[in-house]
Design a protein around this ligand. Structure first.
Ligand code: NAD
Ligand code: UDP
Length: 315
């Protein structure tokens, strides 16, 4: 049994991770400033004897004791991270320094949640970990992409200079229950729109692709990465099934049974044209880890969740 700090623990991925760690028997310190996290995500854990909620911002130094740290604090949806771009940069830079400093003092292993966004609008496809990326350092996504790139560098340098045990994962688009219905990401948008009979908003011509990983698969990979002793990373974690946004509308309409129409809106600046993980390395170092949920099954579970959200909203 370990004491495990999860920064960003009230967010979409963080809350699922807290669930899994508690199930396993660990003590969980869930730290969050609630900028995009929601109490609803962790409400069921508040009375758990091994769960503790700490309202705190990682941009300020963190003083707790932990054996392991999962550093997930950072808004992940483009709308959310562009809402206060300077704060997003500070979270990935100053925040990561603070959490690495904590890891150093506690001699804790730290897993940092990096992102496929470090590859930018990639010229290599699918993306392998040795690709350095194609990021616009001044564009609207740079507060997130460049912040995450600095955070990777910080992890590597804390490891080299101070021997901190780091683990870096690059997460590709992940979806599932507890994604904020209003966070503007494509899966939450399309499902909410379909359930309400509103038009599905496809940005651009919808030919751009993403690869969608169901949350349970991602959390399994994340925990395996933390608990193995050989590989620092970076390691890609995602589902290599690749879909255009127009294909995604078809799946969402079929699963929800919705008759919503499709409308096109302007493509946001620097929106990556394609994205797909090469997960060869993850399979090798994480004991044959690979995603088990095909898109249809994961969407089915996610739609069930959003049906309950809509029912609650409509009272
Ligand atoms: P999320 O927005 O639901 O969760 C992020 C959590 O971090 C929220 O609870 C938020 O309140 C908290 N947070 C943000 N800034 C903070 C700060 N300064 N101090 C303390 N807490 C703070 O997003 P998510 O999808 O759960 O993503 C979790 C992590 O995984 C993020 O670091 C994100 O960059 C990374 N990631 C996610 C995806 C994905 O598809 N979900 C893909 C790539 C990377
Ligand atoms: N997108 C879309 N309609 C929406 C929201 C997003 O067509 O209502 C597109 C967006 O332009 C991008 C893809 O869906 O090409 C994935 O967007 P998301 O914000 O989910 O994540 P990203 O991978 O861009 O960070």
């Amino acid at each position: 049994m370990k004491t495990i700090l999860v920064t960003g623990g009230a967010g979409f991925l963080g809350s699922h991770l807290c669930d899994r760690l508690l199930e396993r028997g660990d003590d969980v310190l869930c730290l969050d400033n609630f900028v995009t996290g929601r109490k609803a995500n962790i409400k069921h854990l508040l009375e758990h004897p091994r769960f503790e909620l700490i309202r705190h911002d990682v941009v300020r130094p963190v003083f707790v004791e932990a054996d392991q740290i999962y550093n997930l604090a950072c808004p992940a949806s483009p709308e959310a991270y562009q809402w206060n771009p300077i704060k997003t940069i500070k979270t990935s830079t100053v925040g990561t320094v603070n959490v690495l400093g904590l890891a150093k003092r506690c001699q804790a292993r730290i897993l940092h949640a990096s992102t496929s966004e470090v590859y930018g609008d990639p010229e290599v496809h699918p993306q392998t970990e040795d690709y350095w990326g194609h990021v616009n350092p001044l564009g609207p996504r740079s507060c997130y992409d460049e912040g995450k790139r600095v955070a990777e560098s910080l992890c590597m340098n804390y490891h080299l200079a101070h021997g901190v045990e780091v683990r870096i994962i690059r997460i590709f688009n992940t979806y599932g229950p507890r994604m904020d219905p209003k966070d503007g990401r494509v899966i939450s948008n399309f499902i909410m729109q379909a359930l309400r009979g509103d038009p599905l908003t496809v940005y651009g011509d919808g030919s751009q692709t993403r690869s969608f990983c169901y949350v349970d698969d991602l959390i399994e990979g994340m925990m395996r990465m933390m608990d193995q002793d050989e590989e620092i990373g970076p390691v890609n974690l995602g589902n290599p099934g690749e879909y255009s946004m127009l294909e995604l509308t078809e799946h969402v309409l079929a699963i929800t049974g919705s008759k919503s129409e499709i409308i096109h809106k302007e493509l946001p600046a620097d929106d990556p044209q394609k994205r797909c993980p090469d997960i060869t390395k993850a399979k090798q170092v994480l004991d044959n880890w690979e995603p088990e949920y095909p898109l249809k099954d994961g969407l089915q579970k996610t739609v069930e969740y959003y049906r309950s959200v809509v029912a609650e909203m409509d009272g």
